[in-house]
Design a protein around this ligand. Structure first.
Ligand code: SF4
Ligand code: SF4
Length: 72
């Protein structure tokens, strides 16, 4: 459900997903400097992280299709 995986071979560690996720699902791992899926249960499958990732490293499934009211 929700955000499925991060392909660390593609991920550059830019942090865009961490900044853009409206549900605050990710945390930046201080050691690897890459994001980790920390609060999967909060993911609402809004696809923002997948759409905004410049490296196409993020994979989201539409299992939880609740629409989140976005502030933009
Ligand atoms: S937006 Fe993509 S490339 Fe950037 S940290 Fe997140 S998964 Fe990695
Ligand atoms: S799909 Fe949306 S809610 Fe889920 S991790 Fe990505 S940006 Fe966050």
């Amino acid at each position: 459900m929700g955000v499925r995986k991060i392909d660390y071979r593609l991920c550059s560690g830019c942090g865009i997903c961490v900044e853009h996720c409206p549900m605050d699902v990710f945390r930046m791992d201080e050691k690897t400097k890459k994001p980790v899926i920390k609060y999967l249960r909060d993911c609402q499958s809004c696809f923002l992280c997948e759409i905004d990732c410049p490296e196409q490293a993020m994979y989201v499934t539409p299992d939880r299709e609740m629409r989140v009211p976005l502030p933009w």
